[in-house]
Design a protein around this ligand. Structure first.
Ligand code: FAD
Length: 299
């Protein structure tokens, strides 16, 4: 008889969680409740995104600094090159360093107006690799960068995209976190191609639990992620059934993580969208338990 799903997990995974900076007081409450729920799982780091075009600069800074100040978590700040000179970006990085933030997720970012071609800001960093090199000159930050298992839409080819990833690692990035994807094989093949291209830094799959199917379809179209036809069928008719939708989303994300685990993956990065429950459930299935509880069990 086949062993039950997840019977093989050994509690040997490491996770990280991504949040976005809240806009309202209500969203702020949700975010902090989620951080409180997820932090006992002992994430390696939690990161906070930077709004397109640097629009959340202050809110990102405030959220990351508060995490660094008021929680035991390692806080990581996303930072993009968009609409800013090198001096301005360096200044933001200096402020993070002064606030005790030691980890930057270094990105190029997207054009400020959707649909336009990306243009380097006059006097700005040209792309993420250039930004990584700039940050390396400032302080010994831990640096994560992006990776695209299905190729970035701006890239002329998958090979050119891998070359770009290699440039970012060679410039001093410690790891890559991938864009979300829905088939485990997509990630596993990419990981193998990266290794064959001489990329030896860790590549962490970005897991997106599908909380809202329509918005995931929209986001996927923008970032070049394939939404398999079977997914549409699975979410069909669930718009008016949020509870059932959550269960389906959790099952899918859990199945994806289980396949990745079977493929040797031990690090996972969750796009939480500031909600804890789905990510918490998947971490639980992967064998993670709250730190205190785990210590008691071991004793
Ligand atoms: P880069 O790695 O610099 O490259 C982007 C593309 O351009 C690649 O295809 C690359 O091959 C090509 N390219 C770059 N330089 C050259 C060159 N010199 N010659 C030829 N081709 C080149 N966006 C936000 O606005 N805020 C966030 O907080 C944020 N967080 C993210 C987190 C993760 C984990 C991921 C995967 C993405 C995130 N993004 C975020 C989205 C990201 O900003 C976009 O995908 C953006 O379009 C590319 O940024 P990048 O850092 O991947 O770019």
């Amino acid at each position: 008889m086949a062993p039950p799903l997840f019977a093989d997990v050994a509690g040997d995974v490491a996770v990280s969680f991504e949040f976005f900076p809240p806009k309202t007081e209500k969203m702020e409450e949700t975010l902090w409740a989620s951080i409180e729920t997820l932090s006992p799982l002992g994430p390696r780091f939690v990161s906070v995104t930077y709004g397109a075009g640097g629009t959340t600069r202050e809110r990102t800074h405030a959220t990351v600094s508060k995490i660094a100040r008021e929680t035991p978590l390692a806080a990581a700040a996303h930072l993009t090159c968009v609409e800013a000179t090198r001096e301005e970006i360096d200044q933001i990085a200096e402020e993070y360093w002064a606030a005790g933030v030691r980890h930057i997720v270094a990105l190029r970012g997207d054009p400020p107006r959707a649909g336009e071609k990306y243009r380097t800001h006059p006097g700005g960093y040209e792309n993420a690799a250039d930004l990584v090199a700039g940050l390396r000159r400032l302080h010994p930050f831990e640096i994560s960068v992006s990776a695209y298992p299905e190729c970035h839409p701006d890239s002329p080819s998958p090979e050119a995209d891998l070359d770009n990833l290699k440039r970012k690692i060679d410039a001093g990035a410690n790891r890559a976190i991938t864009q979300f994807f829905f088939e485990a094989e997509t990630f596993l093949r990419f990981r193998d191609r990266a290794a064959a291209a001489g990329i030896d830094a860790e590549i962490v799959p970005g897991i997106m639990p599908v909380m809202n199917y329509a918005s995931v379809v929209k986001m996927s179209a923008m970032c070049g992620t394939d939404v398999p036809a079977w997914m549409e069928k699975l979410f069909e008719g669930l718009d008016e059934h949020p509870g059932a939708r959550q269960l389906v989303a959790a099952t899918l994300a859990a199945e994806l993580c289980r396949k990745l685990y079977a493929g040797g993956v031990r690090q996972f990065h969750f796009y939480t969208l500031n909600r804890a429950e789905l990510s918490y459930a998947i971490c639980h299935l992967l064998g993670l338990r709250p730190r205190q509880q785990a210590a008691v069990a071991a004793a």
